[in-house]
Design a protein around this ligand. Sequence first.
Ligand code: 13P
Ligand code: SF4
Length: 345
Amino acid sequence: MSHLNPLPVIGRDEPPYEDPLDLMDEIDRLKVEKDATILAHFYVDGEIQDIADYTGDSLKLARDATRVEQSTIVFAGVHFMAESAKIMNPDKKVLLPDLLAGCSLAESCPPDRLHAFQEELREEGRDFETVAYINTSAAVKSLCDWIVTSGNARELIEERVPKDKEILFVPDQHLGRYLMEVTGREMILWPGACMVHEVFSLQDLMRAKRNNPGALVVSHPECPQNILEVSDFVGGTEKIRQFCMEHQEPKVILVATESEMIHALKKSAPQHEYIPVPGIMTDTGETCACNRCPHMARNTLQKVRDCLRDGQPEILWQPYFDKAKDVLERSLLENKRQSSDMNGD
Ligand code: 13P
Ligand code: SF4
């Protein structure tokens, strides 16, 4: 019988349970011992946001990474974020708790396909600049003229991309369409989408609105047009946070973005009630988990502790980081006025 493959044991790969409070103590101790700091995106588990030294959206975290004094950065987020932190801090050790924490947008735009498409456009005589959402690999960034985040895209396009150039926008078609609308610029759109924001159901949202008269809807511009059209506010995660803080009067707020964002919203604007979209709107009354990003969810307290303790997985410098560094720095650090007021940094 020994030649037969053993049956898989459910839960065998799950790490043994550890008390979150013990893990937090261990992480605090290791941070000092290893001279490390923790950056966490608003989409990672709330308990990781709570122990982080910096939390924020992609723009704020990319900028925070340049101000860190410690020699090691632990980036609780996804691969492209940790990669950007490394690119902007070549001399620091940058750790990502789980190297498999990717992004469906970044994956939709491989550098060889982008390069081939750019060549095609050039052969057609098109005069364009390539604007990439930060949710791309460093290899893609190195092929682009500008990098934007949801926090600075509109301002950067309006103020810095020459009016006489066409724009090739990669990789998020929904954000690109939204930017065409608000900037009035025509764009060639790459057909990528975020696996989380693309699946919000208009029907569930309309039912939630009907069941909560007077509720406000906030949505991320990675959502399709039909969701944005019924929203009271559209913005990246930091702008959503600011919007909720500005409303003093308690409201029910329907949140059309990754559901862990609600942790940050409850901390910053506790006067409101937040309902994730889709939340408990299915016929059975069950909560749908499709508004949780599976990549962000790879970050756990255990993995944060492990990477601090072991000094890995580490983002290592690659030759194309040099070009990506130029593009990232001039897009996110120069002319910083363009979104700092709105992001409160
Ligand atoms: P922001 O936090 O920059 O709005 O980005 C959202 C996102 O999807 C990150 O992957
Ligand atoms: Fe990528 Fe979407 Fe996850 Fe953000 S929420 S990391 S865009 S897959």
